[in-house]
Design a protein around this ligand. Structure first.
Ligand SMILES: *[C@@H]1O[C@H](CO)[C@@H](O)[C@H](O)[C@H]1NC(C)=O
Ligand SMILES: *[C@@H]1O[C@H](CO)[C@@H](O)[C@H](O)[C@H]1NC(C)=O
Ligand SMILES: *[C@@H]1O[C@H](CO)[C@@H](O)[C@H](O)[C@H]1NC(C)=O
Ligand SMILES: *[C@@H]1O[C@H](CO)[C@@H](O)[C@H](O)[C@H]1NC(C)=O
Ligand SMILES: *[C@@H]1O[C@H](CO)[C@@H](O)[C@H](O)[C@H]1NC(C)=O
Ligand SMILES: *[C@@H]1O[C@H](CO)[C@@H](O)[C@H](O)[C@H]1NC(C)=O
Ligand SMILES: *[C@@H]1O[C@H](CO)[C@@H](O)[C@H](O)[C@H]1NC(C)=O
Ligand SMILES: *[C@@H]1O[C@H](CO)[C@@H](O)[C@H](O)[C@H]1NC(C)=O
Length: 392
């Protein structure tokens, strides 16, 4: 019993002692990386300890005897160095290097310590810093010669010619609008890549990128531009008199239109442009790939007819037409009035018919011909049922 109690007290004491002081230890160390000039690099470091350790970043240039060691601060190297640190529960610190230059190549060291004397310059031998290093190597951006951009063409062959690979080429592939084209993947070690586009229409237009599998990867982009493909969301629209009509058109293809306009098409002659905000009648709302025309307070004579949306990009212009049908306000009533009329007619017919048949009513009851007819039909049904069951 006493031994157990003693054990428990010991465990608590050790726990308390551990909580009280724990030397710094890495739980995440920075990773070495190869980067292209003008890219960004991020080095992460996480340290535990009690008290929470302080984390510093140092840069080591050159070889052992002549090496130059400098501490890195937020905003160093003309504000291309950023340090993002948090000291909650444990220490995390990220060193972010932006717009890399060749001079950024070197060894980066994450140092951590929670020794109370760590920054006391008079007692350096006592102070313990733990260290973790990573290499950052900055390469020259590969030169890739691309075929000229494709503009309003029928077919096209895109090509990339890599002239100074940073490492052996293991293959290449193509990307369209940020999405890898799976079938373009090749393990060919050539420094030349081609992609054929059968029909350079709006569907195939976009931003193409050739990617060479080198270390680090090298890429270049080629723009394939096509006429905008303008399409109305609905080719005809119905609306009621006095209401508001909403007509809209979208554009597909690259690049998107830079200008949208709307026109009213008369039965004959020139189309008339519609201006945004005219007489509170028209309102136009446009985004690069969509335009919407609101026609308010619809008039059956004025507003009925064909409208045209037009999108213009640097490549050219595309249009589509929409038919607007305006129903009279009474039109909505017609079906209801029709039903009412139908009911009235039916009631009248029945009434007149009943009146006329009144004298025959007694005869009708006496008529014995209808009873056998009924039973006949009943037996017919039964027969049918039986036959069906048999066939089953
Ligand atoms: C610093 O880190 C925080 C949290 O991880 C993040 O939200 C913020 O964007 C970072 N700042 C920079 C400059 O990277
Ligand atoms: C990156 O640095 C180069 C010079 O080294 C400079 O010309 C360029 O404008 C910088 N880019 C950014 C995004 O700061
Ligand atoms: C790189 O360092 C050298 C020598 O230290 C210096 O002359 C040069 O201007 C630096 N280049 C850049 C891009 O910082
Ligand atoms: C790629 O470029 C190099 C250097 O400009 C040239 O010699 C070579 O013929 C080109 N390759 C192709 C397939 O065009
Ligand atoms: C092309 O290279 C740049 C810079 O290295 C990179 O940011 C980008 O993601 C790459 N694009 C593709 C499609 O691989
Ligand atoms: C228009 O662009 C938006 C965002 O840019 C996109 O979500 C949408 O699919 C595009 N619509 C068409 C018809 O291309
Ligand atoms: C039309 O006018 C409205 C309101 O004045 C405005 O919100 C809208 O952006 C305008 N549309 C265009 C295409 O200029
Ligand atoms: C684009 O091609 C179409 C037909 O191929 C032609 O009608 C149009 O004029 C061309 N546009 C430009 C800007 O070259």
């Amino acid at each position: 019993m006493e031994k157990k109690l003693f054990g428990a007290v010991l465990v608590i004491c050790i726990g308390w002692f551990q909580a009280e002081a724990m030397t710094a230890g890495f739980i995440k160390s920075p990773l070495s990386q190869m980067k292209l000039i003008e890219d960004n690099a991020e080095l992460d470091c996480e340290v535990i300890g009690n008290p929470i350790p302080e984390v510093q970043w140092w840069f080591i240039e050159g070889e052992e005897p002549d090496e130059i060691i400098t501490q890195l601060f937020d905003g160093a190297r003309e504000d291309r160095v950023h340090i993002n640190a948090t000291y909650i529960d444990h220490a995390t610190s990220s060193l972010i290097l932006t717009n890399l230059t060749f001079n950024d190549t070197g060894v980066y060291e994450c140092r951590a310590s929670n020794d109370p004397d760590r920054n006391d310059l008079r007692t350096p031998p006592k102070v313990k810093w733990i260290r973790s290093q990573a290499n950052v190597i900055v390469f020259e951006r590969a030169t890739i010669m691309t075929s000229p951009e494709v503009n309003n063409a029928t077919s096209a062959t895109l090509s990339c010619n890599l002239t100074n690979p940073s490492s052996p080429i293991k293959g290449h592939y193509w990307v369209k609008n940020g999405k890898k084209i799976e079938e373009s993947y090749s393990t060919n070690t050539d420094s030349y890549a081609e992609h054929f586009i059968e029909k350079a229409d709006y569907h195939h237009s976009g931003i193409y990128t050739c990617v060479f599998l080198t270390e680090p990867q090298a890429n270049a982009t080629i723009e394939v531009k096509a006429l905008p493909h303008i399409k109305a969301s609905k080719s005809s629209e119905n609306a009621n008199e006095k209401d508001k009509a909403v007509l809209s058109c979208g554009s597909q293809g690259y690049p998107s239109p830079t200008d949208w306009s709307w026109f009213k098409l008369p039965d004959a002659g020139e189309r008339t442009p519609i201006f945004n905000g005219t007489d509170d009648k028209y309102e136009i709302k446009s985004t690069p790939n969509k335009t919407t025309l609101y026609v308010k307070d619809l008039d059956i004579n004025e507003d009925m007819g064909f409208y045209q949306c037009q999108g213009t990009s640097e490549v050219g212009t595309g249009t589509d037409d929409i038919q607007l049908r305006v129903r009279s306000q009474l039109a909505a009533l017609w079906p209801f009035l029709g039903i009412v009329a139908e009911v009235i007619i039916l009631i009248t017919i029945i009434f007149v018919y009943e009146k006329r048949r009144k004298p025959d009513e007694i005869n009708d009851d006496d008529d014995s011909g209808s009873a056998p007819l009924k039973s006949n039909s009943a037996t017919n049904h039964k027969d049918k049922n039986v036959r069906q069951r048999n066939s089953n």
